[in-house]
Design a protein around this ligand. Sequence first.
Ligand code: DC
Length: 233
Amino acid sequence: MEWVGTAHQNGEMTASTLPLIAIDGPSGVGKSTTARRVAARLGWQYLDTGAMYRAAALAIRRAGITLEDRPALERLLSTLDLAQKDGRMFLAGEDISEAIRSQEVTRQVTPVSADARVREVLVDRQRRIGASGRWVVDGRDIGTVVFTQACCKTFLTASPEARARRRFLELMTMGQSPVFEDVLADLQRRDEADSTRAVAPLRPAKDAVTLDSSDMSLDQVVDGIVARHQAHS
Ligand code: DC
């Protein structure tokens, strides 16, 4: 793996910081909107790692295999053709941006993202993409596993109720008729699964700043992350 600028201090090899902003946090906290806006402000690129896990879940479903079918899973992972461009996700050249947001994929991605082999393959790809820096990357384990040397780590959080309210309004805007209690229960289910899984559970990195956005506007969150980055550089 290539890290930018490895430094020697007191005769010891210490990794210097990578110019990369890691934004981790639970479902529905607004990480991707925030990350996209931060990237636009800095002129950096944005990587949505959740979309990569969703794409893997979709590919596994389409191939008709299960996580238990190890040889088939290995084959699928080794040839998985993923790309992100202009905020869209592509699988073998097909734009799957809408397909990966379906209820089905949202359900299936939880076990897929808890699978150690899937994580190994996707984390390796994420590291290659971000290695040169100037990326804003969002996910669950970016600051703790994928880019531990990221210069600026934010753990973005908000109460389950605040997140469910936002998601509820978003679904209403999309013309759906959500039930608030169902939206809240789904978020809590995903929180529980993401934080208790054995591999790369959701938790803040030791050097992350936790930002509770329950009572903050999107602009305030983006300003806070950009200001923290500028204070670093
Ligand atoms: O952020 P999202 O809802 O699009 O993420 C989809 C799933 O992938 C969700 O179950 C959490 C998981 N995920 C993960 O385990 N690690 C990441 N770096 C990003 C997402």
